[in-house]
Design a binder for this molecule. Structure first.
Ligand code: HAM
Length: 418
């Protein structure tokens, strides 16, 4: 778990969040903020009891009443719970939500893998239309475009078919692998036993080799699932969103069916999935709501941000003004002006520490001020202030009552970052 404290990184995070919000809100999504703790059973029933997330990675705790809680390992289950609780219970049968916040998984830490990580997630309820899948994917693509990352990520697409298709495929895969599993490690064999489809994600060389000849999920799709998958691909092609079909994508959460997808950033190393999602048509019903299809995805913030060089942001164009009072009275006079100067759009700091001009100017430079306003007894007697251009090291005296208008005339027009 990490602190986010470096100013340029904080800015980068805020910028990424802002861009993603803009894209999603323009597409009719509303933000949903759910608690970071839920009943542990919520995730067991949705993510799945035999997944790594639930079996090995969930932070669980008991509250004082003996209730079993969990820090959320992902956002979808919470959003479905909230949707059922506050929307479908009022007969609202559709919705588009996004969320932003920390998730918790007790994973083995490594580059790009944290025990607390942030996601920006989206969920659409109420439609099983394949073009909704394509629309949602296009919004993920748009976010990458807005961040200047669309060349760095690759979209991989698959279909898991219905649960029935998946069951048939699971049997066929088990059957096939039972002949070769003796070459696998203990861990891979265990995985094969508990959650056979996850074997497709294994990085083990022996497993990968055996999988080359293994049956593909795409051979097991029902006609309906196949048509759905073709329509999703048609939509993406129409929108000119590049993708690759990868039948090995199975996802580590049990609720998916039909369309699943991941955005991979090859530059990221081993943990290269920047965003992932898919369709989950049974989950709303499984969590106590009506039968309502749904689809969503989540972006991993740490991985996403690590793809963006901080210089991309450039300097914040807001003018930085440092107020330098040289006696007690000036402290008060400039203190009084703070609000007005900020209202005018400047980033203003007032230096109340000590009275030495030299140390105050040093601090102004360190703070990267564009302008310094100096006021002491001499200036007061003349009813002026010293107006110093820090970048050009030039200064002039101006009438004290013209300070605000002079400052305003110096402000660059605020341009949008990037
Ligand atoms: P997920 O694939 O488990 O899906 O996570 C989505 C993204 O979160 C990953 O692609 C990755 O970028 C990031 N992520 C996951 N674990 C970590 C970690 N330990 N450290 C850093 N980043 C991580 C879900 O969570 C689904 N709820 C997505 C979804 C939404 N499906 C439908 N709707």
């Amino acid at each position: 778990m990490e602190d986010l404290y470096r100013p340029e990184l904080v800015k980068l995070w805020q910028w990424v969040e802002g861009r993603a919000r803009n894209v999603l809100e323009a597409a009719g999504f509303q933000e949903l903020r759910t608690p970071v703790v839920e009943d542990a059973s919520l995730f067991e029933r949705s993510v799945g009891e035999h997944t790594d997330i639930v079996e090995k990675e969930m932070y669980t705790l008991e509250d004082r009443n003996g209730k079993r809680l969990a820090l959320r390992p992902e956002g979808t289950a919470s959003v479905v719970r909230a949707f059922v609780e506050h929307f479908t219970s009022h007969n609202i049968q559709e919705g588009r939500f996004y969320y932003l916040g920390p998730m918790y998984r007790y994973e083995r830490p490594q580059k790009g893998r944290y025990r607390q990580f942030y996601q920006i997630g989206t969920e659409i309820f109420g439609s099983d239309h394949p073009l909704v899948d394509a629309e949602l994917i296009s919004l993920g693509h748009k976010i990458f475009q807005e961040l200047g990352l669309d060349d760095q990520v690759k979209l991989q697409l698959n279909s898991l078919g219905s649960h029935a298709c998946r069951d048939k495929y699971r049997d066929a895969l088990k059957d096939y692998l039972s002949k070769v599993e003796k070459n696998f490690s203990e861990e891979a064999r265990e995985r094969l036993k508990r959650n056979p489809l996850r074997i497709l994600d294994s990085k083990e060389a022996a497993v990968q080799e055996s999988l080359e000849q293994a049956p593909s999920i795409l051979e097991f799709l029902s006609d309906e699932a196949k048509t759905h998958f073709e329509e999703v691909q048609w939509g993406l092609k129409e929108l000119e969103i590049p993708f690759e079909v990868n039948p090995r994508i199975v996802r580590g959460l049990d609720y998916y069916e039909k369309t699943v997808f991941e955005w991979i950033a090859p530059g990221l190393g081993a943990q290269n999935a920047v965003a992932a999602g898919g369709r989950y048509n049974d989950l709303v019903k499984d969590l106590g709501g009506p039968e309502l299809p749904a689809v969503g995805f989540a972006l991993g913030m740490e991985r996403l941000v690590s793809l963006i060089p901080p210089e991309r942001l450039g300097r914040d164009p807001t003018p930085r003004v440092y107020l330098v009072p040289l006696d007690a009275e000036a402290n008060r006079e400039l203190f009084f002006q703070l609000g007005e100067l900020r209202q005018a759009g400047a980033l203003v700091m007032l230096d109340l520490e000590g009275n030495s001009l030299k140390s105050k100017m040093r601090r102004a430079a360190k703070w990267n001020a564009d302008w310094a306003i100096i006021l002491g007894p001499e200036e007061r007697a003349k009813k002026v202030v010293v107006f110093r251009n820090m970048k050009e090291s030039s200064q002039e005296e101006i009438p004290a009552d013209e300070l605000l208008s002079r400052l305003l005339s110096k402000f660059p027009t605020k341009s949008f970052i990037l």
